[in-house]
Design a protein around this ligand. Structure first.
Ligand SMILES: Cc1ncc(COP(=O)(O)O)c(C=O)c1O
Length: 375
């Protein structure tokens, strides 16, 4: 036992030494420039009352799903929801997962086999890395958005090839060159799997995502959409063919060996999608993003991004943390992303913009950022 407690302390102290010890914070009264609630859905009184109205239609609902989808946890409501999601995203089928983490774990751990190859962008989300690790396939990483690097890896790949990318990179805000990646994938017979966690709700017609915006649905093998970000609720789905859906039901362990999400969770997803379809929620957000970027056009550390994630590079954990803490003291909930989450030297402030940020709040934040970051 002593060996274990000693190990824990040693690991925590190692984080402390590089100023990267993580800790949980409870909700603050700071202005939200940090959450993934890009469209403000999680706090929307309109969406909440729509949800409550819907709920009244199901007085007999169960609080919990009572089992895995393969045992007692499946019902028609869930399957209808999956069909609706597939229709909205212009694909054959969808399969719900408890979270985006579970969805990525499910597909990347179950589909690639021992003699296959998974190739991922170096900025790929931890859930894809973890899923790929659980598979027995060979794993390659290509330089971020670098098509020469991807092609090198494609040339070296064996077996079936799976390419893992995000349409909008979560720690970067930038986009993958999806068309070029599809073209290369076709040349080497690879299957592209696109995580659209930060694109859903924001890009494409009514927020259908970037794959849809670029008309690439038929060239992409599968998409992961998550509901805990712009949709303001929780959960995720994998979009693809009927066969892929059946495969995942049979082989994806993060789908099979877990209790299905509750009816309340599924009703929240359905209501959120209905709300997404009901009007153009994207316009205001894109206006706020444009406004933010034009105010900071003189700040060279601001990286390119048309998404809700805006990045200012502040190399060094200590410096990035200090600036974030000064911004927090001025009332803005801005977080620093530190190494090892990003590579050493590319530490950053990650600013999330939302529909619920007022013009004045964005203006005040930009003034503070200019003060701290303008070289
Ligand atoms: C790109 C990406 N994929 C997947 C996930 C995981 O999604 P969830 O929060 O639903 O588990 C996240 C969230 O952190 C993400 O940013």
């Amino acid at each position: 036992m002593k060996a274990v407690t000693g190990f824990i302390l040693e690991k925590l102290n190692a984080r402390l030494a590089v100023n990267a010890l993580r800790s949980l914070k409870t909700e603050t009264s700071l202005i939200d420039f940090c959450s993934n609630d890009y469209l403000g859905f999680s706090r929307s009184p309109e969406l909440k009352s729509l949800f409550e109205l819907q709920l009244e239609k199901y007085p007999e609902y169960k609080l919990g799903s009572t089992g895995s989808r393969l045992l007692s946890g499946n019902d028609k409501f869930t399957e209808d929801l999956e069909a609706d999601i597939a229709k909205f995203h212009n694909c054959e089928a969808s399969l719900l997962f408890n979270s985006g983490y579970d969805a990525n774990m499910g597909i990347f751990s179950s589909l690639p086999q021992r003699d296959d190859t998974i190739i991922c962008d170096e900025y790929i989300h931890a859930s894809i890395i973890d899923g790929a690790r659980l598979s027995h396939a060979a794993r390659f990483v290509f330089k971020h958005n670098d098509m020469d690097s991807l092609e090198q890896k494609l040339k070296a790949a064996k077996g079936r090839i799976f390419i893992g990318i995000e349409s909008v990179y979560s720690m970067d805000g930038g986009e993958a060159p999806l068309e070029e990646i599809c073209t290369l994938a076709e040349k080497y017979n690879g299957a592209v799997i696109v995580d659209e966690a930060h694109a859903i709700g924001i890009f494409g017609d009514h927020g259908r995502g970037i794959v849809d915006e670029l008309n690439l649905s038929s060239r992409v093998f599968a998409r992961i959409v998550t509901f805990g970000k712009a949709l303001g609720v929780h959960g995720a789905a994998i979009l693809g063919s009927e066969d892929l859906r059946s495969y995942l039901i049979n082989y994806a362990r993060s789908f099979i060996y877990t209790t299905a999400p509750s009816f309340l969770s599924h009703l929240a997803i359905k209501t959120s999608y209905d709300y997404l379809k009901s009007k153009n929620h994207q316009q205001d957000l894109h206006q706020i993003i444009q406004n933010f970027r034009s105010k900071l056009h003189t700040v060279s550390s601001l990286t390119a991004s048309r998404s809700g994630i805006q990045i200012l590079l502040i190399p060094g954990n200590t410096q990035a943390r200090e600036i974030a803490s000064e911004l927090q003291q001025t009332g803005f909930d801005v977080r620093a992303i530190l190494s090892p989450t990003v590579s050493t030297g590319s530490e950053r402030l990650r600013i999330c913009l939302h529909n619920h940020n007022s013009f004045e709040e964005v203006e005040a934040l930009c003034n503070s950022l200019k003060f701290h970051c303008e070289a």
